[in-house]
Design a protein around this ligand. Structure first.
Ligand code: C2E
Ligand code: MG
Ligand code: MG
Ligand code: MG
Length: 286
């Protein structure tokens, strides 16, 4: 038995793989439990009108605190996909979001449209539109209270026809559809036409370097003008600085989301306070 890592490095690699594998199994196991007990949290992050600073809506993001640590959706969403658990996550986040919209409205506040991220497993289920409709009814909400965010990956591969049909049915109800992480996937531009999305979200990867990287700036500028000429709303994601907000606004980007405006927040009371204040200053200054 070789204990030393040695020159070939094979031992180390195996160890790492083993660790990754058991981490995945461990996460999936805990995830099953948290889903069973309805224990996921939901954070809301505001989207604002970049031209006026006005509040437009929120994105709902799954949050999971497990023992002392918080496990990021960037880690557990891919694992949940692999283990067939992602549809349960999506549904739990959707239900909790609807409940929260109801509570905010009951308090006399207007949260605007709340966007929920749905993965491929959820979107392939032909019962989805009906289920969404039932849940909206149950909470006394309208289709225009919510939005569905999908990534480019749901538009390709097995089941994409089902996904397309579902999205169309949801749109007929009045739910809007946003294309998330735009520019990072490998979907072609024809999907924009085929899938009739209402909104494009420019990925944070482009936004974060917009002021320092000339190509990113040009890519963002081009995405915005493409979206505008197709009559699609466009949102910049991951806006952290005033400079980024101003540049995007200057290129005609409709809306923005990011730490610059609002941090994802799980606390209903402070979301309520945010809405009452809704103070985000217009990007134009002041
Ligand atoms: P996403 O939908 O693109 O969500 C935006 C991510 O960017 C969120 O990460 C958010 O916390 C983060 N973010 C927002 N503003 C800023 C900023 O100014 N700077 C930086 N550095 N980050 C910012 P999060 O919450 O970790 O979510 C990661 C991804 O996990 C999401 O990306 C989404 O694809 C997925 N996800 C989250 N919740 C759900 C869910 O309920 N269902 C599904 N299917 N996917 C989800
Ligand atoms: Mg999203
Ligand atoms: Mg995104
Ligand atoms: Mg993302």
């Amino acid at each position: 038995e070789r204990k030393k890592s040695g020159r070939n490095g094979i031992t180390i690699f195996d160890q790492q793989q083993k660790q990754q594998l058991s981490r995945r199994n461990y996460v999936a196991e805990c995830l099953r439990e948290v889903l069973r007990t309805d224990g996921l949290d939901v954070a809301f992050q505001a989207q604002v009108d970049l031209q006026t600073g006005r509040h437009l809506g929120f994105e709902a993001l799954a949050r999971w605190s497990h023992q002392q640590e918080t496990i990021s959706p960037a880690e557990f969403i891919p694992i949940s996909d692999e283990f067939g658990l992602s549809a349960d996550i999506d549904l739990q986040v959707l239900k909790k979001s609807l409940k929260r919209i109801r509570l905010l409205k009951d308090a006399g506040l207007d949260p605007g449209r709340v966007a929920v991220n749905l993965g491929t497993l959820t979107l392939r289920d032909t019962a989805l539109p009906e289920r969404v409709k039932d849940l909206l009814d149950k909470h006394g909400l309208n289709a225009s209270d919510i939005e569905i965010e999908v990534t480019e990956s749901v538009m390709i591969g097995r089941g994409h026809e089902k996904v397309k049909g579902n999205l169309l049915s949801l749109q007929r109800l009045g739910v809007s559809v946003a294309l998330d992480d735009f520019g990072t996937g490998y979907a072609s531009l024809t999907h924009l036409k085929d899938f009739c999305v209402d909104k494009i979200k420019i990925d944070r990867a482009f936004v974060s370097e917009i002021a320092s990287d000339r190509s990113d700036e040009m890519i963002v500028k081009t995405i915005i003008s493409l979206a505008r000429s197709l009559n699609i709303r466009v949102v910049g994601e991951g806006i952290e600085t005033e400079v980024q907000a101003k540049m995007l606004a200057g290129y005609g980007c409709h809306a923005g989301q990011g730490f610059r405006f609002h941090r994802p927040d799980v606390c209903l009371e402070s979301i309520g306070r945010y809405l009452k204040g809704s103070v985000s200053p217009p990007t134009g200054g002041a």
